[in-house]
Design a protein around this ligand. Structure first.
Ligand code: SF4
Length: 197
């Protein structure tokens, strides 16, 4: 079975999911989207209002900023990345998902990772960092530092919503994304083009 078919089957399964209470309060399950053959997996926290309405990840203001950041890196979401979240259903009032909700929903993300086999993972913000790597980890300490996790290169960065709230973080975040571009050139495509780095 090819990756696209495996992902489609898993998506069908997630759309029927009622394993935690988040499904009761949301409109749509936001499974994820992108290129099944992508070498970069981008992981966020969970759907917000716009994502819950559209059933797609990162389509609100933070998502628009993410697309811009990817663009300056020479990446395009449906070509170079696959984008998913730690939890697939929107937490009420955009609260942070509880450790229990994260723990239950992680099974889907783990299976996405098994299917995608991405050599590079970008973690957007504290919840993604804590959900995948370490529940005690601090994004302010670990952002910009490569982590080797299960044979994959993992880069924690600030969540785009944090950059919208605090534009002073943008320069530091850009430095982190430049490291992703360099790693991509090193292990995926030495000819990868970005006009900006
Ligand atoms: S958040 Fe995840 S575990 Fe909870 S109902 Fe939605 S898909 Fe299932």
């Amino acid at each position: 079975m090819d990756k696209a078919t495996e992902l489609a089957r898993l998506k069908d399964e997630a759309e029927q999911c009622r394993l935690c209470g988040l499904r009761q309060g949301c409109n749509r399950v936001v499974f994820g989207e992108g290129n099944p053959e992508a070498k970069i997996l981008v992981i966020g926290e969970g759907p917000g209002e716009a994502e819950d309405q559209q059933g797609r990840p990162f389509v609100g203001k933070a998502g628009q900023l993410l697309d811009k950041i990817l663009e300056v890196c020479g990446f395009e979401r449906f070509t170079h990345t696959y984008i998913a979240n730690i939890v697939k259903c929107r937490p009420p009032n955009n609260r942070i998902p509880t450790p229990e909700e994260r723990g239950i929903c992680m099974a889907y993300l783990q299976r996405q990772i098994e299917i995608l086999q991405p050599p590079i993972i970008i973690l957007l913000g504290a919840t993604a960092l804590q959900g995948l790597l370490d529940p005690q980890a601090k994004i302010t300490r670990m952002r910009g530092i490569w982590q080797l996790w299960e044979g994959r290169w993992v880069m924690p960065v600030y969540h785009p919503a944090a950059l919208l709230r605090n534009p002073q973080l943008k320069q530091a975040s850009w430095e982190d994304f430049k490291k992703v571009v360099n790693k991509y050139r090193e292990i995926v495509d030495s000819a990868h083009y970005s006009a900006h780095c």
